[in-house]
Write a protein that binds this ligand. Structure first.
Ligand code: AMP
Length: 404
């Protein structure tokens, strides 16, 4: 079955892993404390891979788990070691787990060969080798040599053509998606191929430049695209409005203009009708709500206003499919988080009423987690950059590699 505008790929339920050496690529790129001893501050990504790990272990795989962490300069650096992940997993797992201080080479190979069915070996950070990010074929082959089967559950890294994601699949013909990868592709793919209508997209965040391709792609698929956040003001300026000291990208006015045309897809774009404006860019600044036609010269837009919240909430209530990426305002400052939280709450209600709700990565995920609403959405994407590129309509190298 493949409702995702994707080629077909196998999942771990389609392949035999018993007694097999399984190379599982995960995204354990977890945030760590800045100072030693380095400890994990958010284990979401580790928990996200747990169903796949458990299933493979239960089925008697000899499991090899590999990930990147941070951006080391292509050599071992203690602050990017996966050892804290190993310590964490050791506490959580009830089956044998060991750690290899590298990800390729004779020591790793002998540890892999010693693995019994149901045992797990966690490899050290893949990016301690520059060849990983270069998608070096020899390095990919050294990784492939460790295993009989390749499983990719690292959706958050699927937009990278790296050796453990793309290159390795040329040397390991049996390849499959893990449960997390499959879930991400089903939900995000479903949005682009056969969403239940009305389908609305809510796009916010700081700048148009980072989201223009997503807006353009979703304008082709969605019934409406609701705009919020900092990018609002570039659109308003393109309409000839005064935007005071609001965030603006003057070089993107040309890009914004055609999207504002009422004919064609542009007619589906919905801008805020009012805005919270602040005198200064700080939480305890004086602030007020004004119509978007009345933004004072010396003030700046920091959130959507109450009328816009009503308007957007009505759209959310009517919709059967909703995707959201990017906050509606400067949600890190509590006084300007109202719009973002209202959207999160409206989406949670929509989910309860049967709509499919997807939150696509990055700051909007942080916002719904902050609001304690993450489990009230149909799907919360674990991949910021990857989900954005997917929604732009791009083919992700990590997904393509599983399809071929
Ligand atoms: P992005 O990474 O593009 O999703 O942008 C997220 C950031 O946009 C958050 O840090 C928000 O504080 C910021 N942001 C949202 N609305 C505004 C605004 N009106 N002015 C300035 N920054 C904003």
């Amino acid at each position: 079955m493949n409702p995702r505008n994707l080629g077909s790929y196998l999942t771990i339920d389609d392949i035999d892993v018993t007694n097999k050496r399984v190379f599982l690529r995960v995204d354990f790129n977890v945030p760590l404390t800045k100072e030693a001893p380095f400890t994990i501050t958010d284990t979401t990504r580790i928990r996200a891979a747990a169903p796949t790990m458990s299933a493979l272990i239960k089925r008697g795989a000899r499991l090899i788990v590999a990930s990147h962490l941070g951006r080391p300069k292509a050599a071992p650096e203690p602050k990017y070691s996966l050892l804290p992940v190993y310590e964490h997993l050791k506490e959580k797992m009830t089956t044998p787990l060991s750690f290899a201080s590298d990800c390729i080479g004779p020591e790793v190979e002998s540890k892999v060969n010693a693995l019994k069915p149901g045992e797990t070996l966690l490899l050290e950070n893949l990016r301690f080798h520059a060849e990983e990010e270069k998608n070096d074929p020899a390095f990919a082959q050294s990784l492939a040599k460790l295993a009989d089967v390749y499983v990719d559950d690292a959706f958050g890294a699927a937009h990278r053509a790296h050796a453990s994601i793309e290159g390795i699949t040329h040397f390991l013909p049996i390849k499959a998606a893990g449960y997390l990868m499959d879930k991400e592709l089903k939900f995000l793919g479903g949005l682009l191929t056969n969403p239940a209508h009305p389908f609305i997209a809510i796009i916010g965040g700081a700048k148009i430049s980072g989201k223009i391709d997503v807006i353009q792609n979703l304008l082709q698929k969605a019934d409406k695209v609701l705009i919020g956040g900092g990018m609002t003001y570039t659109f308003l300026k393109a309409e000839g409005k005064e935007i005071g000291k609001s965030l603006v990208e003057d070089d993107k006015i040309d890009v914004a203009l055609p999207l504002l045309k009422k004919e064609g897809a542009g007619g589906r774009l919905m801008l805020p009708i009012d805005s919270v404006v602040a005198r200064e860019f700080k939480n305890d600044s004086e602030y007020k709500t004004v119509s978007v036609d009345q933004i004072p010269k010396d003030w700046q837009g920091v959130d959507i206003g109450s009328e816009t919240i009503k308007l957007f909430t009505q759209e959310i209530e009517r919709a059967k499919t909703i995707v959201w990426n990017g906050p509606m305002g400067v949600f890190e400052m509590p006084n300007f988080a109202t719009g973002t939280l209202a959207i999160a709450e409206a989406m949670a209600r929509a989910t309860a009423n049967g709509a499919t709700t997807v939150v696509g990565g990055g700051d909007s995920v942080a916002a719904i987690e902050q609001a304690g609403l993450a489990d009230k959405m149909s799907h919360v994407s674990t991949g910021g950059g990857a989900s954005l590129e997917f929604l732009e309509g791009k083919t992700l190298p990590g997904v393509k590699a599983l399809e071929e």
